[in-house]
Design a protein around this ligand. Structure first.
Ligand SMILES: [Fe+2]
Length: 216
């Protein structure tokens, strides 16, 4: 199991206290971002994960009152694992170079790197969007594994109760770090149940669109 030895600092928990600031804008379009993702990622599993995290981030942006930043949150989600397929040993280390080359702004690059905090990067998630990415990235993997166990193969009828059971069963989807998910909830100041409930709803919101995009 991966270990996270760094505890969230007080400033990291202050997402909800973010002072008024200008809404974040992506310096590249969604179309350019998708092209960039596909330049470095060919594995359908990786594309599907990127599209899922994009959809989840879009849902959270709206849910948490950052509707004006939906594009920024979504594109960050789409690109967060940009370097993982080709440079797994340099995950979050190679990303800045690939993203900078494509004209991605430094604020998005920081957010991308911060999702590997304590594992493969030194950048601590500070903004609420960075903490949402940190928490939901690992959790979407666990939720999708749960969904695939169901006759429906869908998140639509997956309930928090069954996710909790699978979360406790450490042998199930052992690659999804329960420690990181717990840390993510703590960073956000949410109970695990709240993170589970919201992330399931976020995944439901984009499941059909992701499936459709994967068929293309
Ligand atoms: Fe990821």
């Amino acid at each position: 199991m991966k270990s996270l030895d760094k505890k969230p600092s007080d400033s990291a928990k202050s997402g909800k206290k973010e002072t008024a600031r200008e809404a974040k804008k992506s310096s590249i379009s969604r179309e350019q971002a998708l092209e960039l993702l596909k330049k470095y990622n060919k594995e359908p599993f990786h594309i599907q994960h990127a599209l899922t995290v994009e959809g989840v981030m879009r849902w959270f942006a709206k849910e948490l009152g950052y509707g004006q930043e939906e594009e920024f949150w979504g594109i960050t989600g789409l690109l967060h694992d940009i370097d993982f397929e080709l440079y797994p040993e340099e995950h979050c280390k190679k990303a800045p170079e690939l993203l900078r080359e494509a004209g991605v702004g430094e604020d998005m690059i920081y957010a991308v790197c911060s999702h590997g905090y304590g594992i493969c990067s030194e950048e601590e998630p500070k903004l609420e969007m960075e903490n949402v990415l940190f928490a939901s990235d690992e959790l979407t993997g666990l939720i999708w594994s749960c969904a695939l166990m169901r006759p429906s193969k869908s998140t639509m009828d997956l309930e928090v109760k069954s996710l909790k059971k699978k979360f406790k069963d450490k042998r199930f989807a052992a690659g999804c770090s329960r420690e990181i998910i717990s840390q993510g909830a703590e960073r956000l100041g949410w109970e695990l149940d709240e993170l589970f409930d919201k992330t399931i709803r976020a995944m439901r919101s984009c499941e059909a669109a992701v499936a459709e995009a994967m068929e293309k």
